[in-house]
Write a new protein. Sequence first.
Lengths: 507, 220
Amino acid sequence: MHYSHTIKISSLKYSYRKETASPVLNGINLIAGENEYILLCGASGSGKSTLCRTLNGLIPHFYGGSIEGYVRIAGVVTTIRTVGDMLELVGMVFQNPEAQLFCSTAAHEIAFGLESLGLAPSEIKSRVTRAAEKLSIEDLLYRNPHTLSDGEKQLVAIAAATALSPKLIVLDEPYANLDPSNVQRVRCALKEIRNQGVCIVIAEHRLHYTLPDVDRVTVIHDGCIVIDSPPALLLPHHVKEYGLEFPLYEPWEDKIEISAPPPIAEMVLSAENIFFSKNGSPLLKDISFTLRKGECVAFLGANGAGKTTLLKHINGLYRPDKGKITLMGFDTSQKKIPELARYAGIAFQNPDNQFFRLNVLEEISAGAVALNCYDEKWIKKLIDLFNLEKLLKRAPYRLSGGEKKRVAFASALASKPAVLALDEPTAGQDARFRHSLSAFLSELAINGVSIILATHDILFAKQNAHRFLLMSKGKIISEGTPGKVISDKTAMRLAGLLPAERMKDDV
Amino acid sequence: MTFDPRTKLLLSVFYVILVVFSYELLPLIFEWVFILFLVLIAGKTKEYLRWFKAVALMAIFFSALVWWSSDGKSAFIAGFKLVNIASVFFAFFTSTSPEDLGNTLVKAGMPYPVAFVMSVSLQFVPVMARKAGNVLDAQRSRGIPIGQGLKAIRYFHVLLIPVFIQSIRLAEELAEAMESRGFGRPGRTFLKDYKMRAADWIAVFAGLLLLAAFFLLRQC
């Protein structure tokens, strides 16, 4: 079929419900040719994901709603074809690695789309092998997708899309849950795919990972494209008003350090030589650390380094096999979880795991009520601090991702704990959220709360923590001030937070 | 060489019939040893032992119940029947991937969506178990005393609501991903070509013969 553009979008307007007054997409025009690599960015709620879903016809066929204008992919108008018909033209990769894989092996996963096309088994087999070879994931083919790491899952999802040799690949925040070394693998894979003449559209918050790779940056704001330019011509002040930040390539390399650690304050938490294993595999090996009042420490490490496992030791969800943890002067092995929960609040990565009340106010106070330490003044203060006043009557599940996180942080603090631990607080969040979280953290430090950040977000950790503990495979491999740990390149590479030499050459 | 999933399914059905109609201890033990032998040559001993631990507990409980209501011999027989049926389930599911099962059933005439739902549900059991574990951890971290004694019942919704809402969301996201990869497009083929070969027919025939022999011998 003859066509002149891979993507051609003309005055596209869309809203999820017919009666909604303000459309999510409001007059989008976009033209892209083959071989173009386009970054779609914008603050949360700007319409990025919605635009992605129009590209293979999920909008309007799957979501309904009202649509005006048209989207043409390789000459085919999406509204008059089904999503299944677009299969050979557009490959989609979604944000949540867990919810897009549904077969028992990676090979079946990659084969699924080919089976949908109705190809002969021999053809399917050779295409699965080829797609896996291109992304160097041959070793994963016979593994169950649910046992893979998030980065590997994302690679399998990409292979499943490329196996169909589409003209366009659309990725909706593919890096949101990945640690730096996995991001690196996916980046290399995408560049390889682009070099084969495929057009790529990637929606992403983490600009320092995408900017160096793309040919074009498209900024969406309130459902309109407000900027469309090559990355080299773009200056930070152009995008600031849209809630975006263009950082340097490796922004944590700058010399700025946050204010010096507080003077010797009282010790609130300490761990001595912790060992822990689960189902026979050792997860923590000889971990020791201390945390003082008002101090912020970052547990830095790749996915699977043992950060979350270590957090769970603070309030007794896990008990060490060997070693001792002291919280507010108590030996934690003598205390039950609810007693420890009063002194240490933990907010895990996924806020949806804890919401069960009808409104935000009840949700925040639930823990404090259960612990019999409800203090109205303190709850009020938290509501102010996390800017939740307007959300109090809303249902927690209906909030945006960033709002949910704020509610979860407030509820972890409801019992007025001395220690607040946050597990990957910035995953999938935009620049605006990161700024406000930094502000909350320094406010909490002034109030004497000690903070633990478990994260692979080097930049955020550097901006907020006084001290780093660098973890790899259940061990602390480097510790000290952020500057000192980051400049220890060998350790950073070992922890999977800097690209290995070989990969760096490719970038 | 492996059998076609349909062969394995049929043989498993024969085996279950055999177990159900065995009223003596000796044949039941023979049947169990047969499965053990299969597990051994397939090299799945470790996995079987883990499975057996859970099954044995159930079997003991079940036997105790039967002993209490009738006699010792019936108790043993009931216990062995449970163990045997559970063991053949183990043998079937460890040797057959959910897709293989689903796809062959489609070839045998089952509508594709039904077979697909079956195989996907099997995939997501461990995922949901992990989610439930995460919810428990998150709730206990903020002091909600779930999972301790009688209080657990009072706080049961604290576990159920987040798990329920997240499974609905997971289902929505999955549906979207499936749609994007051509689920429901007519004319689907399968990666594997499922064929009943000579060995399959021989195995099914042998199974039928054995079953017939068993019932004939019981008549005498």
